[in-house]
Design a protein around this ligand. Structure first.
Ligand code: DC
Length: 219
């Protein structure tokens, strides 16, 4: 059985790595960030007041389906900010953790393993994973990658700079919330390989990770 845990900052390359490893080893992949985003997007759709976000997010998580999360609408910055805000609630985390555990049990039984990415996978959800990776990169390069994903063509250079600056601010704020929350903060697991992808593309990252996995698999 092969369980792979991937954590790290947004736009560090962790999601692409998880997808590629899932294909390479034919094991299911769960992007746990999308689960928080799904709850966040339902909250934002609700026109009711957001005073009791903790309770509201739990109610939504209990009745939501987390199938078919690959939806571009969940990728907005607004949803990302709300996802990070609600991810501090331990009761919400417990509900989502149970769903993640169900996915793990099913994947291990049917496919002999799984790969999950998020913020607390190596430290909590797959604490006994065979392989743990923590992926990070400089804030400037991460913001540039996000901007490229958005595929916007700018008329003026200044507009592009403004957008980049606002992305940097959002990402820094979100990293701070994710790193400093009391329950399951974003930190590398003690036994994780920490990889900086600032000057590395997705193929290079995959080849480094594959070498680490296969080196260990066959020793
Ligand atoms: O990976 P992402 O950017 O889609 O995640 C959105 C937010 O969800 C992130 O800022 C924090 C939260 N999250 C979390 O707290 N724990 C996870 N395992 C995954 C995501």
């Amino acid at each position: 059985m092969i369980e792979i845990a991937i954590d790290g900052t947004s736009a560090s390359g962790k999601g692409t790595l998880a997808k590629k490893l899932s294909q390479k080893y034919a094991i299911p992949h769960l992007d746990t960030g999308l689960m928080y985003r799904k709850v966040a997007s339902e909250i934002l759709k609700n026109k009711i007041d957001h005073n009791n976000l903790s309770e509201l997010s739990c109610q939504i998580a209990k009745v939501s389906s987390f199938e078919n999360l690959q939806n571009e609408e969940l990728r907005t910055e607004k949803i990302a900010q709300m996802a990070s805000k609600i991810a501090v609630y331990p009761v919400l985390r417990n509900i989502l953790n149970l769903k993640q555990k169900e996915f793990i049990v099913k994947s291990n039984e049917q496919f002999g393993g799984c790969v999950l990415d998020g913020r607390d996978i190596g430290t909590k959800i797959l604490a006994n994973a065979n392989f743990k990776f923590f992926i990070d990169a400089s804030i400037e390069i991460r913001a540039k990658r996000r901007l490229l994903e958005k595929n916007i063509s700018f008329l003026h250079e200044n507009d592009e700079k403004c957008m980049l600056q606002s992305l940097i601010e959002n990402m820094v704020e979100r990293d701070n919330i994710d790193r400093s929350r009391a329950d399951s903060p974003m930190v590398p697991a003690k036994d994780a390989y920490v990889i900086d992808t600032t000057s590395m593309n997705a193929e290079k990252l995959l080849s480094i990770v594959t070498e680490l996995i296969e080196g260990n698999l066959y020793t």
